[in-house]
Design a protein around this ligand. Structure first.
Ligand SMILES: Nc1ncnc2c1ncn2[C@@H]1O[C@H](COP(=O)(O)OP(=O)(O)OP(=O)(O)O)[C@@H](O)[C@H]1O
Length: 267
């Protein structure tokens, strides 16, 4: 597996057959502030690509450009060979990109099983709009699929519980289950272990590894270096809107520019 980032256009490499996502020359300003400056980044099929960097480095802005929540001023994001420019976040999800938020997004007041089953149903119907008011019989294929996902997540025993009462760690796992039911090709995870105790963090790391082993490509934004170094195949470090380092975890860990970026910040 290889990937690339440079501040120059990713000539040659960017159209390689293994690339699922290519970010080419993306820049974004907020008034006088340059949040992203000519970012190039390539994510290969099956890869877990971590994006790290100190506060304000531009990580969330880059993620938001990928899913259409923010329009880049310059550059393009290409997913599976097709530009995403102009597509709504909904259309982008339809193409196979799912985002997992910092705060778990589940339907409180509904069972764990229903939470996952309605996502599975939406995918089966090709609607990508989740309808929490639909009734599903216990033998519906979406319910069977949801049960299997909950079993893999270790949540099957709690299938009938109200999702509102889950711990933060279990809510996060349920959210990942909802995401799996949508069968994305690329998962974008924004601080997937934020606020978790170490035990839940480690369980989430194991779960993400399992999901990755099913062939789903992942981009993970994370401050917790234990999570980053446990998961990532490759890491890009952003500082002040520019990629300053890219490589395998051990290469990035020893990179003096990365150390300087962190030491110079509040981290
Ligand atoms: N909507 C916005 N309007 C104005 N400035 C913004 C907006 N969104 C982000 N910024 C600024 O852009 C810069 C990059 O922010 P961003 O949230 O992308 O950084 P980050 O690396 O995700 O930071 P953190 O790790 O703290 O979440 C910051 O200086 C931030 O204040």
């Amino acid at each position: 597996m290889t990937a690339t980032h440079t501040t120059e256009p990713a000539a040659g490499h960017a159209r390689g057959g293994d690339d699922l996502l290519v970010i080419r020359g993306v820049s974004k300003r907020f008034g006088g502030l340059r949040a992203l400056s000519n970012v190039n980044l390539t994510v290969e099929h099956g890869q877990i690509h971590a994006i790290i960097g100190p506060n304000g480095a531009g990580k969330s802005t880059l993620l938001n450009c990928m899913i259409g929540l923010i329009d880049a001023d310059e550059g393009e994001v290409v997913f599976d060979g097709k530009p995403l420019k102009g597509l709504s976040p909904h259309n982008i999800m339809q193409r196979g990109i799912a985002r997992v938020f910092q705060t778990p997004q589940v339907f409180p007041g509904m069972s764990l099983l229903d939470n996952v089953a309605i996502a599975a149903l939406a995918k089966m119907n090709g609607q990508f709009r989740i309808d929490p008011f639909v009734y599903l019989s216990p033998t519906h294929p979406a319910v069977e699929e949801a049960s299997e996902i909950l079993r893999r997540l270790g949540l099957l025993k709690m299938a009938k519980y109200d999702a509102a009462h889950l711990s933060r760690g279990d809510k996060r796992r349920l959210e990942l289950g909802i995401c799996m039911a949508c069968k994305p090709r690329l998962m974008l995870l924004d601080e997937p272990t934020a606020g978790m105790a170490r035990h839940d963090t480690n369980r989430t790391i194991d779960l993400l590894r399992e999901i990755s082993a099913t062939g789903i490509t992942m981009i993970v934004i994370e401050h917790d270096m234990h999570v980053v170094f446990s998961l990532a195949d490759v890491i890009t470090c952003l500082a002040q809107g520019t990629p300053i380092a890219f490589g395998k975890p051990e290469e990035v860990r020893g990179n003096p520019k990365v150390r300087e970026a962190y030491l110079g910040s509040s981290h």
